[in-house]
Design a binder for this molecule. Structure first.
Ligand code: E4P
Length: 220
């Protein structure tokens, strides 16, 4: 299972990248709007820090605009994957970009049918937004089960990138189903890392060792 960070926050990216936990990055216009500074500079830095795929999203809504933006975004680095919305013009752009050898991530996917079409158009990744489906009262993970099964049945080489993840249980479920990638907000990765019994256990080990040192002053 690959872990991508769903953020444009340089500090968080560096923090988890230094632990070897970041296989890639996903961003979107909302995530970039939350950061201070020039978005172009932020994207440039992210692409440099992370060796794996970095999804940068287009904001155009016609095929021509999306292709032009894709060429521009691709200049940030070879590891850029162009994020394209799941709309008819978007699929046309996906097809054309695939012909040019540019990888795409089709975003805003809310059904298995949309995922099938994005894969047929040539997307390298599809991003189903499970948290937003949960918020709307529909089980998001159900479409991950369907998409993974369908892609397997037909040996589609498109990766299922589980997006809009809200808690660590989403990650476990996605892993059990066999989705290739989960993209996580940094706070969810932090929650996966921590466990109160780890902290309690470490504190007991350290204080017991202090006792041993007091009883054995020559111990190095
Ligand atoms: C994925 O690529 C999106 O950036 C993201 O996962 C959306 O998550 P949200 O529903 O928390 O905004």
């Amino acid at each position: 299972m690959k872990i991508f960070l769903d953020t444009a926050n340089i500090e968080s990216i560096k923090k988890y990248n230094d632990m070897g936990l970041v296989d890639g990055i996903t961003t979107n216009p909302t995530l970039l709007s939350k950061e201070k500074g020039n978005p172009a500079e932020i994207m440039r830095q992210v692409v440099k820090i992370v060796k794996g795929p970095v999804s940068l999203e287009v904001v155009g809504t016609t095929t021509a605009e999306m292709i032009e933006e894709a060429h521009r975004l691709k200049k940030y680095g070879q590891n850029v994957v162009v994020k394209i919305p799941m709309i008819p013009d978007g699929l046309k752009a996906v097809k054309k970009l695939k012909e040019e050898g540019i990888e795409t991530n089709v975003t805003l996917i809310f059904s298995a049918n949309q995922a099938i079409l994005a894969a047929k158009a040539g997307a390298a990744y599809v991003s189903p937004f499970i948290g937003r489906l949960d918020d709307a009262g529909q089980e998001g993970m159900a479409i991950i089960r369907e998409i993974v099964q369908i892609f397997k049945n037909y040996q589609f080489d498109t990766n299922v990138l589980v997006a809009s993840v809200r808690h660590p249980l989403h990650v476990i479920e996605a892993g059990k189903i066999g989705a290739q990638v989960v993209t996580l907000p940094p706070d969810i990765l932090g929650k996966m890392l921590a466990h109160p019994l780890t902290d309690k256990g470490l504190s007991a080990f350290l204080s017991d060792w202090e006792k041993v040192k007091r009883e054995n002053p020559n111990l190095t």
